[in-house]
Design a protein around this ligand. Structure first.
Ligand code: ACO
Length: 327
């Protein structure tokens, strides 16, 4: 188990075509472009088309990640999808994507940790690859948050968007090079506190109300928890691996709010030029936000092979966590 590493072999992402601007929202509800930009940093978000589902977004991101890795679906034996907006209660979105990609072997399942979903799913997938149970995985964060928003609630509907990001993760034998320079998943740290569920939840579910309900949030209370808990998760993980904010090449945070990203980076001594932010263009895409931001920075040449990246997220539950990966 200890001589295997989990490498990121490929990255991909997909955003629906439709862009919804702040001004369009301001024409429908009592808000303004200035309020949204100032409080969140968000300028626009992408919204899935009528009939376009989470699996549709996930399939596109997965295909792009496979292309980037130079692999085909025949090379994959595990699909893990982080989502809180599945196509169906069952089957899982992962098995829907498995069938759509033409994969008739291996295993597929979903992970539900809301906005922390990708970090949670990365931790689970890394463990399955390191035990040798699976060899190569598609790890996908995909969401259609627009489907669970109350579009009359200005305190939440301006914040979220739809999208998907994906990684191909490969189990490889560790090379003899120094462990701290070796590409791959270095570690992850997961936390939750179910007592805080009232701060961020949906108003329903199949077994309580027979419908999904819509998202409600006590924004400023979540904000305070986010800054404290995310900072603690990142500090703990870096300390476990003998690293500091100065060692990190890129900070790839969950894209909830520009003010949270900046506050956390400042607390950890991470220079603002190392923060990957897509919140202006994507809004909060929940479990898709970290792999989407990562892929944008790979595509534009900022994140390069060998770079040390620190990921984090916090979401409903509350759940939160962090991960360290060398690309
Ligand atoms: N337009 C105009 N005014 C608004 C809007 C809006 N869209 N939304 C709220 N307001 C008003 C409020 O009604 C309030 O008015 P009042 O003072 O008259 O009562 C005022 O603006 C201030 O509201 P706050 O909630 O205190 O504003 P805040 O500065 O905290 O910003 C925000 C709100 C953006 C939601 C922020 O708190 C935040 O980002 N919170 C964290 C979100 C997060 O990290 N979520 C976790 C992930 S999400 C997931 O897991 C699904």
């Amino acid at each position: 188990m200890t001589n295997r590493v989990t490498r990121i072999s490929g990255s991909g992402s997909y955003l629906p075509d439709r862009i919804l601007t702040n001004d369009e929202l301001a024409a429908q509800i009592d808000t303004s472009d200035a309020w949204i930009r100032e409080r969140t940093g968000i300028a626009q978000r992408h919204i899935a088309a009528e009939g376009q589902t989470t699996s549709d977004l996930g399939v596109e991101a997965a295909r792009r990640a496979l292309d980037d890795a130079g692999l085909t679906i025949a090379d994959i034996d595990l699909i893990v999808v982080a989502t809180t907006t599945p196509d169906f209660v069952f089957p899982s979105t992962a098995t829907v994507i498995q069938a759509r990609l033409g994969m008739d072997h291996g295993a597929a399942f979903d992970v539900q940790a809301v906005c922390s979903g990708f970090v949670y799913a990365l931790s689970v997938t890394d463990a399955l690859l390191k035990t040798g149970q699976h060899k190569r995985a598609l790890l996908i964060g995909a969401e259609t948050m627009s489907r669970i928003l109350n579009w009359e609630d200005r305190s939440t509907c301006v914040l979220f968007g739809d999208g998907a990001g994906a990684w191909v993760l490969s189990a490889e034998e560790a090379s003899p090079e120094a462990a701290d320079r070796q590409p791959g998943v270095i570690g992850s740290y997961l936390r939750s506190d179910g007592r805080l569920k009232e701060l961020l939840h949906t108003t329903g579910g199949p077994s309580s109300t027979r419908s999904s309900g819509y998202l409600v949030m006590q924004g400023n209370a979540v904000f305070r928890h986010a800054v404290v808990n995310i900072s603690e998760a990142m500090t703990t993980l870096m300390r476990q691996h003998g690293l500091t904010g100065e060692d990190v090449d890129w900070f790839v945070p969950h894209q909830a709010n520009q003010r949270i990203l900046e506050a956390v980076a400042k607390r950890l001594g991470i220079a603002s030029g190392k923060v990957i932010s897509t919140v202006a263009n994507h809004g909060n895409t929940s479990a898709a936000s970290v792999p989407l931001a990562f892929d944008v920075a790979v595509q534009d040449g900022r994140i390069k092979r060998g770079d040390l990246c620190l990921l984090e997220a916090l979401g409903g539950g509350l759940t939160w966590g962090s991960a360290l990966v060398r690309y």
